[in-house]
Design a protein around this ligand. Structure first.
Ligand SMILES: Cc1ncc(COP(=O)(O)O)c(CNOCC(=O)O)c1O
Length: 401
C-alpha cells in the first residue's frame, strides 16, 4: 500500500495543458496558439544568433569555472539588468538606491518579491489585474499575500476599462501592493497609454500604493527596449519605491535557462542594502543560489555594445513578425467578411491577442479545426505564420457564423 496512495490527480495547468493536448493531436493541420513562446515563420522555436555567439565565447573561455554564484546571483548580470529596465541614466541607479537579485526567470522573481513582501511589508494585500497571467494569483497566494483584483479589461471595447481600474485602485486600502504589467499585458494585449500611466502613477503615489511591476516582454511589445520600459521609468523618476520582476525568457529567447531578476527601488542606499540582506534570507533556504549559465549569456550580451546592438535587431525582428501576423490575420478576417469588429487584433500589443471568442467557440475551433488556444480566447500570435493564417481565419469564421 503506497504512502502516497491517497493523492488525487491534479488538473493540467490551463496554459501548459494546451500544449499537452496539442502534442496528442495527430492532425496535419493542427495549430498551437497556446503557450506564449516565440515561433519563427517556419513554426520553430528560435535561438537568437547573438545568444549562440555569447555561448560560444563562454565555452571557449577556458578560465571559466562552475563555482557557486553568490546568493544574490551574478553581480554583473544584476547591475546590467537594472540598467536595462531602469535606463542607463536612472537616478535610482546613480544614487545606488536599487538592489537587484538574480532569480529563476520571471516567475522566480515574482515569487521572491512576494515572499519578501509577506515577511517585511505592512500591507499584505496585493491587487492584480482582472484578467491576468494565470500563474499570478497562485504565486502571490502561496507566498502568503491576500490577492484581490482590480478591473482592467473591458469586453465591450476589448480595450482598457480605465475608469474601473481607477475606481478600484482608489478604493484599495492605502499601502496595498499593486501588480502592474510593465508592457504587453498577458492575456489581453491591452496596455495603458502613457497619459493613462501618468494618472495611475499619481493615484498610486497619493495613496501610498506599492507598485510591483512584472516585466516579461521588454522590447517584445513595441520592438523598442526603452519604449517598453517607460511605465516603470515613469514611477522610478518620481523618487518613489517599487519592485520590478524581469524575465529574459521571451526577449532573449532564454525560456528554459530560467533567467530573471528582481529589483527593489528604495528611498536610500542604506535601505537598499538592508533590503538586500533580507532578500538573501528569502533566497538561501529556497534554492540557495541561482544558475550560472543563462545569466552569463545575458551579461555577455548586455556588456558588449556590439552584441547588445545585435540583440536589439533580433528582438525587433521578432516583434515585427508578430505585428505582421496581427495585420495578416486582421486583413484575412476583413477580406473574408467575418462578422464582428476585429480591429482589436491590430490595436492590441505584445505576444497575445485576446480575441473575445468564448470557451464554446474555442472548444469548437479545437474540435473541428485543431486550433489549440487557451479557453479564455487568448491566442499567441507567435504561433502563427503566413501559411497558417488562412486556416485560423476559416476556424474563426466558422466559429462566429
Ligand atoms: C506576464 C508574465 N509574467 C511572468 C511570466 C513568467 O515567465 P518566466 O517565468 O518563464 O520568465 C510570464 C510568462 N508567460 O508564460 C507564457 C504564457 O502565458 O503562455 C508572463 O506572461
Amino acid at each position: 500500500e503506497s504512502v502516497f496512495g491517497k493523492i488525487v490527480r491534479a488538473p493540467e495547468d490551463p496554459i501548459l495543458g494546451v500544449t499537452v493536448a496539442y502534442n496528442k493531436d495527430t492532425s496535419p493541420v493542427k495549430l498551437n496558439l497556446g503557450v506564449g513562446a516565440y515561433r519563427t515563420e517556419e513554426g520553430k522555436p528560435l535561438v537568437l544568433n547573438v545568444v549562440r555567439k555569447a555561448e560560444q565565447l563562454l565555452v571557449n573561455d577556458q578560465s571559466r569555472v562552475k563555482e557557486y554564484l553568490p546568493i544574490v546571483g551574478l553581480v554583473d548580470f544584476n547591475k546590467l539588468s537594472a540598467k536595462l529596465i531602469l535606463g542607463a541614466d536612472s537616478p535610482a541607479i546613480k544614487d545606488n538606491r536599487v538592489t537587484t537579485v538574480q532569480c529563476l526567470s520571471g516567475t522566480g522573481s515574482l515569487r521572491v518579491g512576494a515572499e519578501f513582501l509577506a515577511r517585511h511589508y505592512h500591507q499584505l494585500t496585493i491587487y492584480i489585474p482582472q484578467p491576468t497571467w494565470g500563474n499570478h494569483p497562485k504565486v502571490f497566494t502561496l507566498a502568503g499575500l491576500s490577492v484581490k483584483t482590480y478591473r482592467y479589461y473591458d469586453p465591450a471595447t476589448r480595450g482598457l476599462n480605465f475608469q474601473g481600474l481607477l475606481e478600484d485602485l482608489r478604493a484599495a486600502p492605502s499601502g496595498a501592493i499593486v501588480l502592474l504589467h510593465a508592457c504587453a499585458h498577458n492575456p489581453t494585449g491591452v496596455d495603458p497609454t502613457l497619459e493613462q500611466w501618468e494618472q495611475i502613477r499619481q493615484l498610486m503615489r497619493s495613496k501610498g500604493l506599492l507598485p510591483f511591476f512584472d516585466s516579461a516582454y521588454q522590447g517584445f511589445a513595441s520592438g523598442s527596449l526603452d519604449a517598453d520600459a517607460q511605465s516603470v521609468r515613469m514611477f522610478v523618476a518620481d523618487g518613489g519605491e517599487c519592485l520590478v520582476a524581469q524575465s529574459y525568457a521571451k526577449n532573449m529567447g532564454l525560456y528554459g535557462e530560467r533567467v530573471g531578476a528582481l529589483s527593489i527601488v528604495c528611498k536610500t542606499e542604506d535601505v537598499a542594502s538592508r533590503v538586500e540582506s533580507q532578500l538573501k534570507l528569502v533566497i538561501r533556504p529556497m534554492y540557495s543560489s541561482p544558475p550560472i549559465h543563462g545569466a552569463s549569456i545575458v551579461a555577455t550580451i548586455l556588456k558588449d555594445s556590439t552584441m547588445y546592438k545585435e540583440w536589439t535587431l533580433e528582438l525587433k525582428a521578432m516583434a515585427d513578425r508578430i505585428i505582421s501576423m496581427r495585420q495578416q490575420l486582421f486583413d484575412a478576417l476583413s477580406a473574408r467578411g467575418t462578422p464582428g469588429d476585429w480591429s482589436h487584433i491590430i490595436k492590441q500589443i505584445g505576444m497575445f491577442t485576446f480575441t473575445g471568442l468564448n470557451s464554446e467557440q474555442v472548444a469548437f475551433m479545437t474540435k473541428e479545426y485543431h486550433i489549440y488556444m487557451t479557453s479564455d480566447g487568448r491566442i499567441s500570435m507567435a504561433g502563427l505564420s503566413s501559411k497558417t493564417v488562412p486556416h485560423l481565419t476559416d476556424a474563426i469564421h466558422a466559429a462566429v457564423t
